[in-house]
Design a protein around this ligand. Sequence first.
Ligand code: PEP
Length: 263
Amino acid sequence: MGDVNRTKRYVVGNWKMNTQLADAIVLGEGIKYGVESLSGVEVVLCPPFVWLYPLAEMFSQGPTNLSLGAQNMHWEEKGTYTGEISPLMLKDLVKYVILGHSERRYHFNETDEMINDKVISALDHNITPILCIGEWKKSESGDVEGLTKQLKAGLAGLEEAQLKKIIIAYEPVWAISKGDTSGQRAASGEYAGEVVGKIRSYMEKEYGRAVSENIPILYGGSATADNIKEYMFETEIDGVLAGGASLKIDNFLQVCKAVGEYR
Ligand code: PEP
């Protein structure tokens, strides 16, 4: 399992249900050669399940700052769950798994309890969970009560050692997929930084300082090469989860470069 801490910055690229095999190969090659020269940033590509194996082969000789993640996972190891993908299938292919993405919560009725089962199962199989939380409606400074409810339920039953192996992605749902390259509907850096600070304070209150100081908290929601610096100037934000921007080699590499450089 990857070593998770705040000395690294993270860029997670969520390809969602996009790309065909040829696109995945082109994107994978372009990103592989682009991130090689970057320092201080861990880049995680989360393609559709079916492209994990060819990309794992492609990245088998490095670069060491490039890893694969899954976009979802079932919590059981095997069984009568038609269409699902288990941690046993993933554990040799990925280091990370996105769990609790708002699109999974919304389109597939994933509950906090299911997400908690997945988080526990990922940790049991040495896969680092990237736990997504986010409010549905824009408010003055984030729906902290709603966010902490998602966190509390998603992290239920975990011990301190496990909490140190998790990444949180704060993704205000109203800001997701609004970007294109203008990034105009993304949350402002100031807003995102303030809410991430509140999430970290909650983590300290609930789980103690050793956990809150160590846990990487990323921002996600229409982050692009154009607005990335706004987020990285916020000291509480440790990186970004990017959807649309991760499907364009140049844009994504600019995001990765900025995350490594600015802080
Ligand atoms: C996401 O998929 O979590 C996401 C942040 O997407 P986008 O960057 O396109 O808003």
